[in-house]
Design a protein around this ligand. Sequence first.
Ligand code: ADP
Length: 688
Amino acid sequence: MINTGNTPKKIKIYCVLVGILSFIILSIGGVFVNTNTVNKEKMRASFAAETTVNQIKSHISRYLGVSEYFRNMIESGYELSSEEFAFSAEMISDDYGIIKAIEMAPNGIIRDIYPLEGNKEAFGIDMLSNPARRYEANLAKDSGQYTIAGPYELNQGGLGALLFEPIYIEDSSTHRKFWGFSVLVLDWEKFIEELELEKLDDASYCYQIWKKDGSTQKKTIIAEGKQKLRKDALSVSCKVPNDTWYVEIVPYTGWLAARQKALTLLLILSISFLAVIICYQVLHRKYRERLYTAKIEKTAEQARMANEAKTRFLFNMSHDIRTPMNAIAGFCGLLEKNLQDEAKSRDYIKKIQISSDILLTIINQVLEMARIESGKVTLNLEPTDIREMVDAIHTVFESSLVQKSLEYQCSLNLQHPYILCDKTKVEEIILNIVSNSVKYTNPHGKISVTINEPESADEGSANYVIIVEDTGIGMSQDYLPHIFEEFSREHTTTENRVAGTGLGLPIVKSLVELMGGTIEVESEAGKGSHFIINLSFRTISRDEITGKQKPDISGIAEKLEGKRILLAEDNDLNAEIAETLLEEMKAEVIRAEDGNLCVDKLKEKPEGYFDMILMDIQMPNIDGYTATKMIRSLKDSKAQIPIVAMTANAYEEDRQKAHEAGMNGFIAKPLDVDEMIRVLGEIMKTGG
Ligand code: ADP
């Protein structure tokens, strides 16, 4: 299973960059779109403002028509009497009632008013000197153009604006001379009403129409919308003679509604986030695909290598197994022909024994590697004196060392020689390494074993550094990295005439790692090799060792004399070996060919007839475990008969299974006479 939980930092950085980049690009896009919207809004507002301006201008020009009418009359030299003025003014229609009064003001003084009713108060006002009106009146007089004044409170009441139309006449010397004004008094409220400014409100605009007061120059608001004008309003000017009106306008929500701003931001963030997710998905997928491809390639490579190793193994094995097998078969043939010659016979038997030992080693190593690989191997700790172990190792190689004239040195620098360890496995580690040194060192070479114990921080533990050095053939630098690979060997048996499986060091490495240690190798072809193993053990006292010494088996064999043993064994050869060994000890052996027959034979005979059962485990019909369970469930005293397992499955878990099935002891095959005597003696002593 590929671990996809950890996203590589590179992918995270890419995603962040994509996020930032998308955010920037989208923000630019957003600003562009929003500016467009603002511009459109401004165009619309400007159009609305212009429409209002046009409306104002068109209204004013409509009223101008009225004032111009009287101006033209006077300018053409017509002397307009008050009655004629009243008659003409009455003729003028004003459907909307905006013209509150029409006034004639020769020399700026109001002399005629139509209608008089309601406007009497205006009579006699001197426009050119009246404080509220004189500014605009003089402007109109001086410029010769109509001028609007106001709005302000009228003398006759109400809010109104005055439209001054200056009138000039020609005197005798054709000089233009100021005659006075024709004045229109406009009802301001109705005038504004007629502009239909509420339409701007309906279109959700805030607006304000203002002008500067002629005399004070202060801002005078002419009209404004229901909502207060915002600061960012658009301003459109409306020029009228001698004055400028300003129309300021802006939508209620401003040029860009807050909602739209928020929406744009949300959209930008969402799309950026989406871009990050897509980028992550794509990159992560590619990453996973790459991982898968790499894994598949690695697996394929491993499979190929394993296959090559297996092929090599089969090739080596068939050679390495055949060699001792051929020797055994060959020497058996020779033995048969030379039975009369005792010296020759002994020599052949010795050679047969050596070959069978080699064969057994090969088979054991292959099986052990398989067990290690399946994770079945566990540590079986026992009190150990490391010095004794190293002595024993020397004994194992003594004859080979002498044979090859190898110099052997051993030095132990230990504070704590008593430790708790899996003795068999530690022995196996050192044996394997030393046996390699013996195998791969040419005659007259040197081998040294050193065990140092550096200071340990932990009171109750000892760190051992085991160093095995030799001046042997060494290894090439090309081969060194493969030294712990299963079935790997630098030279085949044919090349250097040294038998081996290529499994010793992989087993050593697995065992060292099982104990939590490390192993390192330094080697140079032609110069020698240097193995360093680091292992930690719990220390124990000397007292814990005593009592664990090998039991003395002298005298036990005699105790078996006359005992009746039921032997459950399906294999004839194995049965024969066991029968022969037991009969040598003067025991009586009755054989059963499988578990079923064993139980039957026990049942057939009276209680106490058999003293013990030797039970093989793998048998046809009923195996040893089942047979034991059946015997243990018998109702009479036969259920308590001592049962000893006798099996080629000699591992710790097999011992455990035998114990669980109710067996009292365990002997590994091939049978070791001393071990068999020891176990059977123990059973006899305890009586099961
Ligand atoms: P085997 O010895 O059965 O071939 P090992 O796994 O013990 O298998 O060793 C693997 C290979 O490592 C050997 O075949 C040999 O080529 C090399 N080797 C191991 N120990 C030594 C040594 N002390 N000197 C030289 N070569 C060695």
